[in-house]
Design a protein around this ligand. Structure first.
Ligand code: PHE
Length: 485
């Protein structure tokens, strides 16, 4: 067998994994969740989830990837031939994520240029709607938006350029794409906290409402968020760890990656909420009224605030969107690398595999560049995250815990790592993680079975349940037919 490629150094592996974890999700999703679910009090369930599920699963994925020296399907296939479909399923699910994730990045790319002239003027909301060419609902496709699709081509070309040559190049690129957004974030925090009204925003973000801790929903949200934010159950961490030299440290790396990610989320909240405080102050309204979730935050509230800055508005606009792009790019290409390594392990030549994935990713992404794209992103995102990822995560923990064996894996981790993990780790992987995830799934099912977001049910069937079913069927077939070289 030929030698597997390896990272150019330990730091490049750690940076690549951090780059995957730290993404668009850290800047809007975390701060928004924190504010919605009890402010500072949300940190309690969040850190409990991090230590009881996030870090243990991060260790598990790194250990399995390093031990099996293969992508997710190969790693699962080596544990038990019958379960390689679990590995394919996580890859196919992550493909759905990258198809829309790159479209959001394309919005950021176009907005970077609009920032130069602060093109949205005083109506960022209307500007965003025109920019999307948004239609009345998912059934009315509208037309493909030329600026968005052009940016999408550029995004995929960049991803192709980075990933097609292997992890040596990835390892060098992350030396830029990990520190850069952090530096930009620091600039934005400094700008934010020196604005009038910023303290109100930060108070709003952090004032703890401990009564929320009695609310089960808050705990479930914290667990789901930890999963998404750490890029778990996507095959990414398994693939990245498969390029580690044998006997690399596992537990220490897992802890560093996870804490760096969650620290960035917490810090990003200051950038976001200080500016929202300023916006509320300028508009004479309250922070609660200017806060919006997701895209609304990045493409409406934040741009509105930027327009009102006392000086260099366009510069801060450019910084903000460049930060989002540099945050997103290493998450996006980590997914492509994860899937690509699955195909490469199955015998496909690297460049060909990556070219294929980039082309298909672009083709699927085209749906999201139409006037109905915004709605479809919302639907697919909801179903992949609330069902796909958590189900795959539960399966992953169960297969590895019960077929490979937690004591064996723990011994392996401890044989190469600085920080030794105790029995608690086995309990976390074997009982706690599957149990919590099953509760999360059941709860989400209860919430979504009748529909979601007020969309017509056929759209939920197509973009939600149907999409999930299609990914499962594909995964079963791949699991049956693909042989390792
Ligand atoms: N963790 C990334 C974020 O928070 C998203 C992501 C999910 C990246 C899955 C890779 C795999 O934005």
């Amino acid at each position: 067998m030929e030698e597997r490629e390896t990272w150019p150094g330990r730091l490049s592996f750690v940076f690549a994994a951090m780059g995957s974890a730290i993404g668009l999700g850290n800047v809007w999703r975390f701060p928004y969740y924190a504010y919605k679910y009890g402010g500072g009090a949300f940190l309690v369930p969040y850190f409990v989830a991090l230590f009881t599920t996030g870090i243990p699963l991060m260790m598990l994925e790194l250990a399995i990837g390093q031990k099996m020296r293969g992508s997710a399907p190969m790693a699962f296939g080596m544990i038990d031939r019958r379960y390689s479909w679990v590995g394919w399923w996580v890859l196919i699910l992550s493909f759905a994520v990258v198809a829309y994730y790159t479209v959001i990045m394309s919005w950021c790319l176009v907005y970077t240029f609009h920032s130069l002239t602060v093109a949205w003027g005083s109506n960022a909301d209307g500007f965003f709607r025109d920019f999307l060419g948004i239609t009345s609902g998912p059934g009315e496709i509208g037309s493909i938006q030329i600026p968005i699709i052009s940016a999408l081509v550029v995004t995929w070309l960049i991803i192709y350029w980075i990933v097609s040559k292997g992890v040596k190049r990835v390892g060098r690129v992350v030396m830029l794409t990990v520190p850069l957004p952090v530096i930009l974030l620091v600039i934005l925090v400094l700008r934010g906290i020196t604005l009038d009204g910023s303290a109100d925003g930060i108070n709003y973000y952090l004032t703890p409402d401990f009564s929320e801790l009695g609310n089960g929903k808050v705990w479930l949200a914290a667990y789901a968020q930890i999963f998404f934010t750490l890029s778990l159950a996507q095959g990414v961490m398994i693939a990245y760890a498969s390029y580690l030299p044998k006997r690399s440290d596992i537990s220490n790396n897992a802890i560093i990656i996870s804490l760096a990610n969650c620290g960035t989320s917490f810090f990003a909240g200051f950038a976001v909420f200080s500016i929202l405080g300023f916006l509320a102050f300028q508009q004479g309204s309250s922070v609660a009224n200017v806060v919006n979730s997701g895209p609304g935050l990045a493409f409406i509230a934040y741009p509105t605030a930027i327009k009102l800055l006392p000086f260099a508005a366009s510069l801060f606009g450019v910084i903000f969107f460049l930060m989002l792009i540099s945050l997103g790019i290493d998450s996006a290409f980590s997914i492509v690398e994860g899937i690509g390594s699955g195909l490469i392990d199955a015998g496909v030549n690297r460049e060909r595999a990556i070219k294929f994935l980039c082309m298909v990713g672009f083709l699927f992404g085209m749906i999201f560049t139409t006037g109905a794209g915004y709605y479809w992103i919302d639907i697919v995102d909801h179903f992949v995250n609330e069902f796909g990822l958590v189900t795959a995560g539960a399966l992953e923990a169960i297969v590895i815990a019960y077929l490979f064996g937690t004591s064996r894996l723990r011994a392996l981790i401890n044989s190469t790592s600085e920080v030794k993990v105790g029995m608690w780790w086995e309990y976390a992987v074997k009982y706690l993680t599957p149990a919590v995830l099953i509760v999360v799934i059941a709860y989400n099912l209860h919430e979504s079975i009748r529909g979601y977001g007020g969309y017509p049910y056929w759209a939920i069937l197509a973009g939600g349940w149907g999409m999930l079913l299609a990914t499962l069927v594909l995964a079963f077939y791949a699991g049956r037919w693909v042989r390792w070289r």
